[in-house]
Each structure stands twice: as C-alpha cells, then as structure tokens.
Design a protein around this ligand. Structure first.
Ligand SMILES: C[S@@+](CC[C@H](N)C(=O)[O-])C[C@H]1O[C@@H](n2cnc3c(N)ncnc32)[C@H](O)[C@@H]1O
Length: 209
C-alpha cells in the first residue's frame, strides 16, 4: 500500500530536524519573515522596554537580527546595539543587513556559549527565544551582572511550553523557571508583561541595585 505523508507533517518534520541541527540560514530567514510581526508585536515589545536614546543594548542570541533593527531605532544614532550570537551564520547575516540598512549603531559580536563577550557594560540585555538554549544559566547570568551599567536590566522573552513537540525538544521554558533561575543568579523581577500569547516577557534588575 502506498502512504503519503501530509504536507503539514512534512513541514513539522523539517522544522524538528532543523531545530536539532541548530539554526541554519533558512531558519533565520524564517524568523525574519514579516508575517511574524502579527503575533510577535516587536514594536509593542520595544515600547515596553522603555529604552532611552543613547542607550547601550545587547541583543543576546540576535539570530538573523529580527529584534536588532527595532532596538537600533530605539537607541538612536548615539546609542549602540551589540548583536550577540554564537553562530557565524547569524553574525554574517547581520553584517550584510547592516550594510543594506546603513545602521552604524549596530555591532555584531561572535559570542562563546558560556560568555557573551560584551565589549563594554550595557543598560539592557534583551533576549528573545534564546534563554532556553543557554547552559548553566544561573552561572551565566550571575556573571553577566558585571556587564550591566548601574540601573541595568535584563529582558527575557521565551515560549510557554504549551506545544508537546517543542517541549519534547526543549525549545520551551516555564516562566516561573526563568524567574527562579534569575533570582538564584542575583536578580529581581521588575516587570512581567502579558503582551504576547505564545511567550512570557519578564524584565529583571540586579537585586543589589
Ligand atoms: C531561535 S534563535 C532566536 C533569534 C532572535 N532572537 C529572534 O527572536 O529571531 C536563537 C538564537 O540564539 C543563539 N544562541 C544560542 N545559544 C546562545 C548563547 N549561549 N549565546 C548567544 N547566542 C546563543 C542561536 O545561535 C540562535 O541564533
């Protein structure tokens, strides 16, 4: 008997295989698709971040730069956005896009999995859909505290573990787990937004001010 997999199943299989391999350029193009704006609400997210002009911001796990360009607009010409990623493909994509867009306030940084390699302290570390990829997160964020300027904050968006397939492959995390880990790393929750259906969105500051 001849069985044919439905197109939707093939799509899901492809996404699962690519997730297991890691982020390919195809994944980054998919992440940058403008149709994502409908549910991701990037402008609403950046508004909630209350970024002052001239700020220094790190986009931790910048990927193809989906949020980087929104952050670059918010910091303005005198500010800086460090687009941080461990993948060379991501860094190359952001370099190319910088040239196309003419955004000298963006600086791509190739990180190590255990070290963001920030060139200077920043006012805000922003991270979308990356937190769950980081190993030994408590140690990572405890050490990152020394790269925050006085009053510095860490904003974390990640997916609610509602869909079985994604939870199975670890690409989801409970919001309470993020909060617990960040508190263990020496931070306090300062904002908790219910803006995006699929993701939690929490902002932390160092507990010692
Ligand atoms: C799913 S993508 C999200 C990209 C982007 N933030 C977005 O919302 O479109 C996750 C990114 O995190 C990066 N990443 C994973 N572990 C990392 C780490 N320890 N430090 C920096 N980036 C990391 C991956 O290479 C990947 O580009």
């Amino acid at each position: 008997m001849h069985h044919q997999l439905p197109r939707k199943s093939l799509g899901v299989l492809l996404v699962v295989v690519l997730s297991l391999i890691g982020c390919t350029e195809w994944t980054y193009h998919r992440l940058n698709d403008p149709s994502r704006d409908v549910w991701q609400k990037p402008q609403g997210v950046v508004e909630k971040l209350s970024i002052a002009r001239g700020s220094r911001v790190a986009d931790l796990g910048a990927g193809g730069g989906y949020f980087t360009w929104h952050l670059a607009k918010a910091v303005g010409a005198r500010g800086t956005v460090y687009a941080i990623d461990i993948e060379e493909r991501a860094i190359n994509m952001i370099f190319k896009e910088m040239v196309t867009r003419g955004t000298p306030n963006v600086r791509p940084v190739r990180a190590e999995p255990h070290d963001p390699r920030l060139p200077e302290p920043v006012d805000l570390v922003f991270s979308c859909d990356t937190y769950h990829y980081i190993n030994d997160r408590v140690a990572y964020f405890r050490s990152l505290a020394s790269s925050l300027r006085p009053g510095g904050r860490v904003a974390i968006l990640d997916f609610h573990p509602r869909r079985f397939m994604f939870s199975l492959f670890g690409h989801r995390i409970e919001k309470e787990e993020v909060r617990r880990e960040m508190e263990d790393a020496g931070y306090l929750l300062v904002d908790d937004y219910d803006l995006i259906d699929r993701q939690h969105f929490q902002i932390f500051a160092k507990s010692d001010g």
